[in-house]
Design a protein around this ligand. Sequence first.
Ligand SMILES: [Zn+2]
Length: 225
Amino acid sequence: MKCWICGGEEAATREHMSKASDLRSLFGRPTQRDPLYFHTDRRCNRRVGSLKSDVLKFDHQICLTCNSARTQPHDLAWEHISGWLRERSPQPGRWFRCNRVFPYDTRRGMRNVHLYFVKAFGCLVVEGGIALDISEFSEAILKGRPHPNLYLRFGRSPDMPVVVAGGSDVHADLVDGKVAVASWLYQVGALTVNVIYAADGEHRQGMEQAWHPKFGAKRLSYAAF
Ligand SMILES: [Zn+2]
């Protein structure tokens, strides 16, 4: 199998659908006796006895270099903002300052968060056969540049009786056979990130709260999902 990021032939590692760091901070370390439950649109409450379980990973493989060295700064940036937002839990409908999250080189920190979701969403595009040009995703990661059409919307989900983690399917709207907007929800406890692909010129409901690195990294809306 080819690595969709660098085109290398030895794609032998699988990216976590939910970051292991998110799951560890929510649930501790699951065991066969004390498992965690993971949900997607298709499968609810899949029993997971280890953070290394294949249930938690994308089906498509990427190479070791891309999964570790190349994207590690992106993974770490996400791990950081994910922990920060869950700990501070901003009021939904308000906003938070990015330089509180990343006091040093705020723009780079936020760009790395964006690039983390370029990787995660790219894995879903490849896996789901979604009609988007994957080369735009790989180019963003290889060059460390934002994907021009990928936006993030951060917010809080309604309180649930149990702690949940997981992701929705990607829901895509086609116009003339082309993807106009595609949307994916990633949830870790009360924190939800809505990853939105919007083709040039597309403005849909919810987009006014969505963030892209081109808007700068000053303050971000925290939506009520
Ligand atoms: Zn690779």
